[in-house]
Structures are given as C-alpha cells and as structure tokens.
Design a protein around this ligand. Sequence first.
Ligand code: AMP
Length: 547
Amino acid sequence: MQGLMMDMPLLISSILQHAARHHGDTEIVSRRVEGDIHRYTYAQCEQRARRMASALTHLGAQPGERVATLAWNGYRHVEIYYAAGGMGSVVHTINPRLHPEQLAWIVNHAGDRFFAFDITFLPIIEAIAPHCPQVKAWIAMVDADRQPVSDKIPNLLNYETLMAQGADDWQWPELDERSAVALCYTSGTTGNPKGALYSHRSTVLHAYAAALPDAMGASARDSILPVVPMFHVNAWGLPYVCPMVGAKLVLPGPALDGKSIYELFEAEGVTYSAGVPTVWLGLLQYVSANNLRFSTLTRTVIGGSACPPAMIRTFRETYGVDVIHAWGMTELSPLGTLSRLQNRHLALSTEEQQKIFAKQGHVIFGIDMKIVGEEGGELPWDGSTYGNLLVRGPWVLREYFRGEGGDPLVYDEQGRGWFPTGDVATIDAQGYMQITDRSKDVIKSGGEWISSIDLENLALSHPAVANAAVIGVAHPKWDERPLLIVALKPGAQATREEMIAFYDGKIAKWWTPDDVQFVEAIPLGATGKILKTRLREQFGDYRLPTA
Ligand code: AMP
C-alpha cells in the first residue's frame, strides 16, 4: 500500500522561493571584486536568480547542460547556483587555484557550455578559452561599466547586461528531483580529477541534515559567513542551508586574509563561520597579533583536513568560540560527521571534552558508516581498532560523472553498496569517528601504522610552529619512518633536537619522528590542504640519519 501524501519533488528552487517568501528581507551581504560591499535581500536574490535563469534559457542553455563558474563567494555566484540549477541545467563550480591546463581539462571533460567568471580570473580565462571550443559563451560577472575587453575570449558577455535581458515573470519549472543540479570535481591529487554529480534530491536532503542542531546547527538568528569557497564542495552546503533556515549570508569575495575576514565578522554581526584549518591559522594570527576579540562569533565549523586540537583549544579558551570539527568529502556533498557533545559528555572535564572535539565526530542521520579490515570484514567500534572507512547514504556518490573509474562501490552481503572513502579511522563505542589518516598518508613502520595527523597535531601545539607536515620516508629496517617537516612562525626559532624532544611523553616512543626538516612554507593544494604528494616528491630521496 502506498502512502497518501503529496509527491512534491525536492528541488533547490523551492529553497530560494521559501527564503524569498518567508525571510524576504533577510540580507545577503557580499564583498565584491569591484571592491565595495554589496547588500540585498533574499527576495531580491530570488528575483534576480529567476531573471538569470530566463536569460540563460534565452541564450540556449538546455536542461542538463553544464554552466561552469570560476568565482569567489558572492551574491552573483549564489544567483548562478540557483539560476542554472533551478532551471534544470547543472552548475559546475571550478577551483581557480588549479593549474590552467588541468582547468581546461576539467571544462572539456565536464562538457561545459556556458562559463561565468569573476574578472579576477580574466587571465586564466584568456589562457583556457582557446582550448575549450565547446563553451558557447563566457560571462564576466561584473558591473557593465567594468566589462573587460579581450580578443582572446570568443563571445564574451556581461553578466549584468544579460540579467537586464531576463524576464521577471519567468517561473521555476517543476523538475524530477533526481535530475542533476551541480557538478564538482575531486582535487585529483592522484590521477585525473573525477566529477561528483549531485541531484536536487541529494542537495536538499543534505541541506536539511546539515541544518540540524547537532550538525551545523544553523538558524534564522544566525549571520553566517562561509570562508570555505563556493567552489569547494558547494561551500559545504551553506548556500542552500542559509536560505533554507533564513540565516543572513555574508560572503567574503576575494579578500580571504585575516584582517578582511575579521572586519566582515565584526561589521555584519557574524555568529557562525566555516572553513579549512589553514584559513583559521591566518585569522587567529591576525586577531592575536592585534589583541582583538570576536564580539558576535560564537561557533565555527572546521573541516576539510584534521583540525589541530591546539586550534580548537585557542578558539574555545581564548576567544569563547565553539569549534565544530567536521569530516566530509566531495563524494559526500560533503558532510558526513561532526563532533558535538552529547548529554553524557557534559559532566566531563575540559580535558576529556577536548578529546571529543578533536574527533571527526558522529554521523548525521542519513549517513551510515563502518570500518573494515583489509579482507573487508567489519571491525569493532572500540575507539582503538582502525580500518578503512566506508559510508552510504542518499547524498553519497554512487558513480563518478561519465562512469569514470568504473563502479567505485564495495558491496556487503545484502548487496548494498558502500563508498570507500580512502580514509583510515577508528569508531568508539558511542559512534564517534576519528580519522587516523588518509590511507595513502599513513606511515607504515615495521608492520605497524603511525598516524601522520597525530604527529602533525602535536607539532602544531609547539609555540614556534606555523605549520607542520609528517610524511613516511623509506627506511631499510622499518620500511618507513616519519619525517617531520616544519615551517616556523616569522621570527620564531626551534632546533631539530627541540622538536624531537617535544614529543617526549606525548606519544609512544617509536612514533617519534626520526628527523626534522625546516622549510619556508608547507605547500598547500587548491583547497588549502597540505600537498603531501609535493612533499613526498621533494623529500623522495631523503636519507634519514637512522637509515
Ligand atoms: P575533498 O573531497 O577534497 O574535500 O577531500 C576529502 C578528504 O579530506 C577526506 O577523505 C579526508 O581525507 C580529508 N578530510 C576532510 N575533513 C577532514 C577532517 N576533519 N579530518 C581529517 N581529514 C579530513
């Protein structure tokens, strides 16, 4: 027997329509590439998104066709998310920090037909346009009087001129909720990047789940500033979550330095933020150097790579800001787990609570997870046994775009597919997951595993250390041993011996790095994560003194 409830498709256009109707005067505030601060409301955003959808339809954009963006977090980018997605096309966000060659490869692989970009990226567009013949129009997202001229870009249009051609009475179509809405490529640190193609349904369900109190916990009383870029897995869903709950949305544009972010926090009463750990390193350095305080910020989501416990502690103890440590990936839209306290933890000491905050946390309803051994057997949830982390759920990828890489899933005895995350983790009896390492980063020493994340976190708690990475280096007796690579804070000093002694009593003796190398800066990838592949190349021939 079927249920007798309405069959209303879950569509992203309904999210923006809801915001326009029920939170119509709530603001979206953006720092623009033009340099000024722009502010308008959800009602105006919805109207312009519809106009843009109508203009794109007029240009010939077809259902399912990809509309690419190369843009910062800003109101026009939000409009394109909803215009392209809501009309039945697919918004394809691209990371501008990729090499132009890789960028062109992605544009061609995705089959992008329209391409909207912030003028900051004009030189990149000029470099790739000749190699992307299937793009029918390049759209500069800038005021008409600032429209660039370029003979290297065919059919270069202006976003605002196009907007003016759109119709106000255009209506959002009722689409199949399983149709594609957004496309995002993985960073492709090994091999070519692969596309994760989200549906309306997966995106709306992910937004509902992300908004839950013990997930991101967003509300109409919040002013939310995603530092995480809209090209990094849909800014972790915030451009959907904020209008869904009616939160004010503050978008930092191209200015991602500590000072600019801090100023926007204070000017716009930001209560909530989100970003990768490296972003917060810069912000905390600025705030501490200038003796500042956050007057409205109460919490921030930190994820994308392991959040160092020292950072969680500084935010909480010095600034009264709760850190919500989150784990996810492109293939998960991206949220999987978040670390929040439960009733049972409230009476624990600060030290014990700190251990929970440092974990990647509890799944949100919708995601199921398990850890398995090399043979595929499920491992116990005891907080110490580690294994390969597998997940399933309605916003987890089933297959990559264009079937790239074949069937990625692993099947259980009931024939249910699980997505292998490539992460190694423990899960404790209460269901809190902790990432030990990316499976390719874990250091294999004498048949045992050493977590590079644990060693990095400890190094980061040393006062002289700005950033740190640990990689496994070949060793004749042990296979691999850890090498600590450190970038010191400006003006700070520390010796190899001091760094090694710093681990004494904090970890098992045999985990201690065999050697330390000091570098100017730790190389970071396109989403702000440490580029271990680069470090492994750089120190590939490195001979440890113990070897
Ligand atoms: P991406 O799809 O590029 O966002 O990368 C996803 C990967 O980032 C995950 O599989 C993890 O290896 C890593 N990651 C994300 N969040 C965390 C976290 N909180 N702690 C440790 N690793 C993380």
